[in-house]
Unconditional design. Structure first.
Length: 355
């Protein structure tokens, strides 16, 4: 990910944590051979009024209990393990941390959990943290939008996420760990990420962020962590010959940990086809216009070098973070080529001809 979400946005996570604790208590009761508590009786007093606004909670909880009731102790333990492990954030992003699903071995329980937490996710747009006038989801979006760079989707850095306003459509709230496989994390704010519509609906969907393309566990980026992916074009051949444009090389750092994100969101291809190949000539045109506006003579190599150096420093002010980083890197390559005796004349002639 190009940047991350603020952990403060997950503070009001009481909807998820309350339900998880109630389910743990209920499963422990079943294991002890006693009747699990009624849902609303098990809700802490501070949240009772809000949970009562969710009319389906009690029935969905009862359906989950009914699905678990006939299980033997070992199977009930599997459910408890899944309930715990699917909410082990941030450890879950380490490939060595288990994160079992139960869809294949206990499909009825899995479906009941999916129904319960899907409803809880839906109610994030309705329930309010006690003492707040905002819904949990509205407050989440306010905190996220105030933090993320340029109000852009952190997964691509190319798409604006709608601002939190009642007259605007809420941005997509993606289940980073797919709710279809990890339903117990379905309403956990730590597992929810505001995401651009294209990234969410065209690329991420229900793909499993924890598995690679051969279904092996891999380390993956924590959307609420501190590690960001940096981009560069080092290794790109600016003038490979044959009349073609640059031969693009896109570098991601860290490399290994970002691979699954890049695969799922098709980052290399999207950046190469939608941005670099489509925009680099426009970037060159802007640099040439900048030189003309500042009376810098491109006909001399030193003038071209001056123009590129100065224009490069303006690239970081691009609205879209991904454009800013790749555009800056592109002109760093041109600057280095102009400063290199072996490549200077070729690149300088290219700029003069473009002008």
């Amino acid at each position: 990910m190009l940047f991350t979400y603020p952990i403060a946005a997950t503070t009001n996570n009481w909807v998820s944590s309350t339900i998880i604790e109630i389910l743990r208590t209920a499963l422990a009761a079943l294991q002890s051979g006693v009747q699990p508590p009624d849902f609303h009786n098990a809700v802490p007093q501070i949240y009772k009024v809000e949970f009562q606004r969710g009319r389906k909670f009690s029935d969905l909880y009862s359906a989950f209990i009914d699905a678990c009731r006939p299980l033997d102790p070992n199977q009930q333990e599997l459910v408890l393990t899944a309930l715990f492990d699917q909410n082990r954030f941030p450890e879950i992003f380490d490939a060595s941390t288990r994160c079992p699903g139960i869809a294949l071995i206990l499909p009825a329980v899995h479906q009941a959990a999916q129904n319960l937490f899907a409803y809880a996710f839906e109610k994030l747009s309705d329930l309010r943290t006690p003492g707040s006038t905002e819904t949990v989801r509205a407050r989440y979006h306010q905190l996220v939008h105030a933090h993320i760079e340029s109000g852009c989707c952190p997964f691509c850095g190319l798409e604006i996420i709608e601002a939190p306003d009642p007259d605007l459509v809420d941005p997509d709230l993606d289940h980073y760990l797919a709710a279809s496989k990890y339903p117990f994390a379905g309403a956990n704010l730590r597992n929810l990420t505001a995401m651009g519509t294209t990234c969410n609906r065209s690329y991420k969907g229900a793909q499993d962020i924890l598995l690679d393309d051969v279904n092996q566990r891999v380390d993956c980026m924590d959307p609420y962590g501190e590690e960001h992916v940096s981009l560069s074009l080092e290794g790109t051949a600016l003038l490979p010959g044959g009349g073609s444009g640059p031969s693009w090389v896109i570098n991601f750092d860290p490399d290994m940990k970002s691979r699954n994100w890049r695969r799922i969101f098709k980052m290399e291809k999207r950046l190469r086809l939608n941005l670099l190949e489509r925009q680099y000539q426009t970037w060159l045109s802007h640099c040439i216009s900048y030189a003309a506006a500042h009376n810098i003579d491109l006909s001399e190599r030193e003038g071209a070098l001056e123009a590129v150096r100065k224009f490069k420093n303006t690239c970081k002010y691009e609205t879209f973070p991904t454009v800013a980083r790749l555009k800056t890197s592109f002109f760093e390559l041109i600057e280095a080529a102009l400063a290199n005796a072996e490549s200077a004349d070729k690149v300088h002639n290219f700029l003069v001809e473009a002008a």
